[in-house]
Unconditional design. Sequence first.
Length: 208
Amino acid sequence: MSPAHRLLVASHNPAKAGEIAQILRNEGLEFAVLSLQELPDISLPPETGSTFAANAAAKAKHAAEAAGIPALADDSGLEVEALDGEPGVRSARYLGASATDEDRCEKILQLLRGVPDDRRLARFRCAAAYAEPDGDVLLAEDACSGRIARERVGRGGFGYDPIFIPDGETRTMAQLTPDQKHAISHRGRALRLLARLIRKHLAEGRSG
């Protein structure tokens, strides 16, 4: 694929946009990636969907139509079993718009204070959507299971990464290198599935 293919990553989070761009490159999709920071006139619709998939598709469609180029959006979050799946689709808005990642992590740790390890099970879930200006939408979903740590550990990643220990690991997601994280993360898994759909879609477009 030529780098001339432009793609808007529909996120105001530069760390997330960077992760998405790197994962796509690793999958052989050499887009010239733009972010919403470079297109500040485009605003995203509110995340009012009841599922990650609904929110991801709505953001990707809106961004593609507004920018006139293909767009990719994801919606992801943390589901904690002992909290009945919370914060779930509200993960980014948990505790309100003014709360920081640190605030949200500390709240989860506070709610789980005294909860034993075997009841601290959790999963990161991600839905990723690719949309074109004409309305075509591709969607992929996946998850990463693990447990909630006892305290925040690590400086990498963002969001709830410092309190999430993936299955098979003793380190939190925030302690992993970017490549280690991408290999097992919910976002990495969903984007790899989506990358296959995008490659097939683009190939069919060229052959058609």
